[in-house]
Design a protein around this ligand. Structure first.
Ligand SMILES: [Zn+2]
Length: 114
């Protein structure tokens, strides 16, 4: 689904513990209907699954390429659970990307990103 850029330098992978830790007690911003737990206690920092975010094999994507997602929404995005009834995997990916944008805006609003 995502293009892998040949020669994309791995040193661009960005890690920020503050971003990952900021998921604690946040609302899930992916919100898959029929899957979402809507429980801030279940929210984690969900990493993008494609190479465009710096993911390579077992190496997770850049910490900027993430979203506040509950463990249920993350499991659907990760392919561990099927998409909810009425949704395709493409719908799930779109919802995750919308959640990513909401999360970046939220990170700025909270002062985690300046
Ligand atoms: Zn959710």
């Amino acid at each position: 689904m995502t293009a892998r850029l040949i020669g994309f330098p791995k040193e661009l992978t960005y890690r920020n513990q503050k971003i990952r830790d900021s998921a604690r007690d946040e609302d899930c911003l992916v919100r898959l209907p029929g899957a979402c737990l809507f429980d801030p206690r279940a929210t984690i920092w969900s990493h993008y699954r494609g190479g465009a975010g710096g993911k390579a094999g077992a190496l997770k994507a850049d910490d900027l390429a993430g979203a506040y997602a509950c463990t249920a929404c993350d499991a659907v995005y990760d392919g561990q659970r099927p998409p909810p009834a009425g949704m395709t995997y493409a719908d799930v990916v779109l919802a995750w990307h919308e959640g990513h944008i909401r999360s970046i805006v939220r990170l700025h609003a909270k002062g985690v990103l300046k």
